[in-house]
Design a protein. Structure first.
Length: 409
């Protein structure tokens, strides 16, 4: 990111960002958290909450762009931590479009960003969503196995997409879908490109909607692409650049990175911050509970076994946040992740969220195991963070490769 200003790493948030955090915390505490249980049960996109967030300027392309461009790089981590502290299912509905927008920003031209990103958010009274569709039934961790084909019909000046995408957040209900497809299957992942499918394009339909373990207020579904015809300009980066890239790959055997991987690299610290938000919610909730719940004539928190668990939880949350902020700061300064720092943040934050939410259930005892209390939901929600955007195993593989230089498989 050459336009990024150089800024020293600091744990002190700037005044604007500190104020933004307070504002978001207020919204998370008063609107998101109270709605969490209801939308988890309903397993539906919480449109009324999105509306409220749009009304105050939170669910908007402008707000997210401002946070992505925040000079310290900590804008997005701070925003996502607060939203997911409120509730992760609703948080994912509020954040899901950003992954699609990020893929356009990472791979598209300025004109494409200007045309498509605003349509992924809409505005107050007319809220919209974006969806990023990379995963397929046979291509999860292995992005190179993507079978969805994009064929250029020169006579019509159109791309024709065919295939089945799965696990797409907002898939089928989004205004704009970004689809990763293979243009030249003989080149594997190097032969892939990302395409925007404009609103209302015939041939794109929703397949199965998944009923999930957690983040149930976030819609996840298959997206079926059947002879989907889109204008030439819908390939991200433009057709000329794509043709040049494919020619370079054929000539030299390598060129640039994979379209899907570029999106994931850019989004990893943000995803880590979401997990930090859940973990912090659980650690705070359990600490508060442990001071109130009395057994054997004293608060359970006075037992070293419980206090040590709370200590581990608090330390783990802070450690995860530090890795997350470091990665986000490095990304904003345009520093390369030489030690896979982005993957480190996602790995540690995701596993921290699972562990800390489980410990929170333990501290709440029977109450923790019921739906009367939020920690069982947070535990279910946390689990996705070791699976999507690269599983924990894939993060370890990437870190392992980076620090050893070996072709770890
Ligand atoms: C709720 C939800 C939302 C999602 N949202 C999106 C979205 O918006 N867009 C999108 O494109 N995708 C999305 N995904 C897909 C997600 O990114 C994939 O589920 C994830 O990449 C894992 O792929 P998979 O499920 O096919 O698992 P697999 O790749 O089949 O992995 C299964 C297991 O094998 C392990 N494994 C696989 N390969 C290796 C290896 N080489 N070494 C070691 N272990 C390995 C994995 O770590 C895992 O434990 C979402 C998924 C879910 C569940």
């Amino acid at each position: 990111m050459s336009d990024a200003p150089e800024s020293g790493f600091s744990l002190e948030l700037g005044e604007d960002l500190a104020r933004t955090r307070e504002w978001l915390h207020e919204f998370a505490a008063s609107v998101i958290r109270p709605a969490g249980a209801e939308w988890d049960e309903r397993e539906e996109t919480p449109w009324p909450v999105l509306e409220e967030a749009a009304k105050i300027g939170l669910y908007s392309l402008d707000f997210y762009t401002q946070q992505y461009l925040e000079p310290s790089g900590l804008g997005i981590p701070v925003v996502f931590e607060e939203l997911f502290w409120g509730d992760a299912g609703i948080g994912m509905s509020l954040a899901g479009s950003t992954l699609a927008a990020l893929s356009v920003a990472a791979n598209g031209t300025p004109e494409q960003v200007g045309e498509w990103c605003p349509q992924m958010f809409g505005g107050p009274g007319d809220v919209k969503l974006g969806a990023f569709c990379s995963s397929e039934p046979e291509a999860g961790s292995d992005v190179s196995a993507i079978r969805t084909r994009a064929v250029y019909d020169a006579a019509a000046g159109e791309w024709v997409l065919n295939g089945v995408k799965t696990w797409a957040t907002n898939g089928g209900i989004a205004e704009v879908h970004v689809v990763v497809a293979s243009v030249d299957p003989s080149l594997g992942s190097r032969g892939q490109a990302s395409f925007v499918v404009p609103p209302g394009t015939p041939g794109l339909s929703m397949g199965q909607k998944f009923r999930k373990h957690g983040i149930r207020a976030s819609h996840t579904a298959e997206v079926v692409l059947s002879d989907v015809r889109i204008p030439e300009r819908c390939v991200l980066g433009g057709r000329d650049r794509l043709e040049e890239r494919l020619a370079r790959v054929k000539e030299s055997g390598h060129a640039g990175g994979q379209a899907a991987m570029r999106t994931f690299e850019a989004s990893r610290p943000g995803v880590a911050a979401m997990a930090v938000g859940i973990a912090r919610a659980a650690a705070e909730y359990a600490a508060e509970y442990a001071t109130r719940r009395v057994q054997f004539g004293r608060p359970i928190g006075q037992n070293q076994a419980v206090a040590f668990m709370l200590a581990d939880m608090a330390a783990a949350v802070d450690a995860a946040r530090l890795l997350t902020w470091r990665a986000a700061w490095m990304a904003r300064q345009g520093r390369p992740f030489r030690r896979a720092e982005g993957s480190m943040s996602k790995l540690v934050a995701g596993e921290t969220a699972v562990r800390v939410t489980e410990q929170a259930i333990q501290i709440l005892g029977g109450n923790g195991y019921t739906r009367e209390y939020p920690v069982e939901r947070w535990h279910r929600d946390a689990k996705i963070f070791t699976i999507f955007e690269g599983t924990s195993e894939i993060q370890r593989m990437l870190i392992g490769r980076t620090i050893t230089g070996l072709d770890v498989r």
